[in-house]
Design a protein around this ligand. Structure first.
Ligand code: GP9
Ligand code: MN
Length: 698
């Protein structure tokens, strides 16, 4: 092995010497000027595009996208050598036009959408039309024309070479295959070294393809666009097979549910309690229930949420059911009562399917519907999906005044977001009789490290030790200071105070009198298990964890971790008329059926969850990975084992098997419903049979 490495090193050294002594690079450049120019102009374009669009130092200094773009240009360009002289020029020219068009389209697209173009958007004409901010006013800016220099330079160089009889000379040399292979190898070496340099986070984001800026910044525009092409095809391929079986299963499932599910419909004491009220839903980023149950030095982490929970209806055993689509999956499940898809994400891969979203239902019931979020509208493809779900207007980043001062983490701070939103809501309220709005917060997003911007909130332990003379000495133990979970609590404390300010401002403007505030945590914050252990088992004397043998030691294993991922769900009205804590296990998919009953509107007949006030303790929460939870059991499908949540109750195998079968079926139907667009197909069928009946009747 060592010998081999030595041999390779020696050979490489010899080769480098040869290259230097025989001026091979100079010779190569002289022999292949057109190819070199082809590479240079196209790499220049892709770099220009990144510089014109993503304004961060990180982007300017990054070499990675240049290597990735180079490998694409060289690999694609290497085939050009297989052509004879004139063909070569045509081939490289065609590629340059394609690359230039990619850069130009993305450059123009970025100006309007602050994001990069996607092939999947070609299907979007139906959505794009009404999007107000997409109106093409300035069409093309000067910077967008800069890319045209690439083909122009290639034309000029070609012209010059022709004059110098270059083509006749290379016609004589005819080293076509050899040159193609050499260039291909260089391209592949670049591609492999690029791949080896990738981190798992980069690979993860690349496969999901939703954070477009991130991908272009790390992978370059050409790799982004190729990946986008493949990702856009996937949903089409997925839905090409198995349609008949999917329709059959779908029909059977919903027929059976309608007939045999005792909790599918029905009224209860909560029916219509919110009828006619305005609704403001706060989608609270990464808000976990544990924050509401935690205090430091007698100070609650979330005093405002705790107050709202105690004055309203508080669902304290509520679980998010997100998959890789995190925030967007939460929005999907909350509004449609469907589960996230098994591959890709509904918001990005299946944005053109038919959904019945709560905003749409409200719109059909005379409400003005809107959503608000301080991030780019294209993040998670919200621009398109919000319209599909039934929001009539989406206020996004461009509708907010964002400065360096009011920015925390991913963007506008929650406090500024809420205060600017109140002004917008005031206008909406003055123009519309009833409204349903969703506000998506941003500050409480991982990595929770801008601690100095969250305001004072200590997560240590302070104790006053009395002295003999009657005075006291304060002793401080670090406890959660400096840990990720500690920083998370500081961040949540900020988010909580932003919500508190929001409620106060709404009240000042008289906007709470006929309004219900609904708050849900979108998913957990994926905090380290060891930090929870510190939270529960801190020994202040040693500033470390208690011994496991210690009788006060609290076990926190993977099951506790899963159970602890729960998020709050609160429904609050100023009159504090309905205050109750619901501790039955509940999933995000139960939100829509529960709310439609309260709002006195018809739920989607495809809802997979239940009105919690009908199903009560018999509820089951299904997770996208096949795990499930009831009041009695948390079941782990990967390990095929469970944790009993009530030690006094024995759990039968039938109970486990039935719930597992229920989970598998539900996940399958939900996925097929989205992938095969079965709501649209059923509607079509219903309309056809209606027309047929009408014709037969007439
Ligand atoms: C981005 C925000 C965060 O706009 O909603 O999304 P997440 O990373 O939580 O999915
Ligand atoms: Mn989120």
């Amino acid at each position: 092995m060592k010998k081999n490495i030595k041999k390779i090193v020696n050979n490489t050294k010899k080769y480098c010497k040869k290259v230097k002594e025989e001026h091979l690079i100079k010779a190569y450049l002289k022999e292949n000027p057109l190819f070199i120019i082809f590479i240079l102009v196209n790499i220049l374009n892709s770099t220009l595009l990144r510089f014109f669009t993503i304004n961060t130092v990180q982007n300017y200094l990054s070499i990675k996208p240049i290597i990735a773009d180079l490998s694409v240009i060289i690999i694609a360009g290497s085939l050009g050598f297989l052509f004879k002289a004139k063909g070569r020029y045509r081939y490289w020219m065609t590629l340059t036009i394609v690359f230039t068009a990619t850069c130009m389209i993305n450059s123009i697209y970025y100006t309007f959408y602050t994001s990069f173009a996607s092939f999947s958007m070609l299907n979007l004409t139906q959505f794009i039309g009404p999007v107000g901010d997409a109106v093409v006013q300035n069409v093309v800016q000067l910077k967008d024309l800069a890319y045209l220099l690439a083909p122009i330079i290639l034309i000029l160089v070609n012209h010059k070479l022709k004059k110098k009889d270059y083509y006749k000379k290379i016609e004589l040399q005819q080293k076509r295959k050899q040159n193609a292979l050499k260039s291909l190898i260089i391209g592949v070496i670049l591609a492999v070294s690029f791949m080896l340099s990738l981190t798992s986070l980069e690979v993860g984001r690349f496969t999901k393809q939703w954070n477009k800026e991130y991908i272009v910044m790390r992978f370059g525009i050409y790799v982004y666009q190729i990946n986008d092409g493949v990702t856009s095809l996937k949903p089409k391929i997925n839905s090409m097979f198995g349609l008949n079986q999917a329709i059959k299963d779908f029909n059977n499932y919903y027929e059976d549910r309608e007939k045999n599910d005792p909790y599918a419909n029905g009224t209860n004491e909560y029916t219509d309690i919110l009828k006619g009220k305005n609704i403001l839903v706060i989608h609270a980023e990464s808000l976990q229930t544990i924050a509401m149950n935690t205090k430091f030095n007698d100070q609650e982490v979330t005093p405002n949420l705790n107050r709202l929970a105690s004055e309203g209806i508080y669902f304290s055993n509520y679980y998010s059911q997100v998959s890789v689509g995190t925030s967007s999956d939460a929005e999907l499940t909350f509004t449609t009562s469907l589960m996230p898809t098994q591959s890709g994400t509904a918001f990005v891969s299946y944005f053109d399917r038919t959904y019945i979203g709560l905003p749409k239902i409200m719109q059909d019931n005379g409400y003005y519907t809107f959503s608000m979020h301080g991030n780019n509208a294209d993040f998670w493809n919200r621009r398109v999906m919000h319209e599909n779900l039934g929001y009539q207007k989406f206020y996004s980043k461009k509708d907010y005044k964002i400065t360096a001062e009011n920015t925390i983490g991913l963007g506008i701070s929650d406090k500024d977001f809420f205060s600017q939103s109140v002004e917008k809501i005031e206008k909406i309220a003055s123009k519309n009789q009833k409204y349903y709005g969703q506000l998506i917060t941003l500050t409480n997003h991982t990595p929770f490290d801008e601690v100095d911007k969250y305001g004072e909130f200590a997560v240590d332990i302070k104790e006053n030790i009395p002295n003999e003379d009657g005075t006291t000495n304060e002793v401080v133990y670090p406890y959660m200071e400096g840990t990720k979970l500690g920083n998370y609590f500081k961040s949540v404390h900020y988010a909580d105070s932003a919500i508190g300010e929001f409620i106060n401002k709404l009240d000042e403007k008289g906007l709470l009198d006929n309004t219900a505030i609904i708050i849900y945590g979108d998913h957990d914050a994926r905090l380290p298990e060891k930090d929870y252990n510190r939270l529960l088992n801190y020994d202040k004397e040693t500033d470390s964890l208690k011994d496991k043998e210690d009788e006060s030691y609290i076990q926190f294993d993977s099951y506790q971790y899963e159970l602890n991922r729960k998020v709050p769900f609160i429904i609050w009205t100023k009159d504090k008329k309905y205050n109750k804590e619901i501790s039955n296990a509940m999933g995000m998919y139960d939100a829509m059926p529960t709310l439609t009953n309260m709002l006195g509107v018809e739920k989607s007949k495809y809802a997979l969850g239940h009105d919690i006030f009908n199903i009560k303790e018999d509820n089951i929460v299904v997770f996208p990975n096949g795990n499930w939870l009831t009041n009695k059991v948390y079941y782990n499908s990967q390990k095929n084992e469970y944790l009993s949540l009530n030690i006094n109750e024995t759990i039968s195998n039938t109970y486990i098997d039935e719930n597992t079968a229920y989970t598998t079926k539900l996940l399958d139907v939900s996925n097929n419903l989205i992938v095969y667009d079965l709501i649209a197909k059923s509607k079509e069928k219903e309309e056809n049979s209606l027309t047929k009946n009408l014709k037969e009747g007439s």
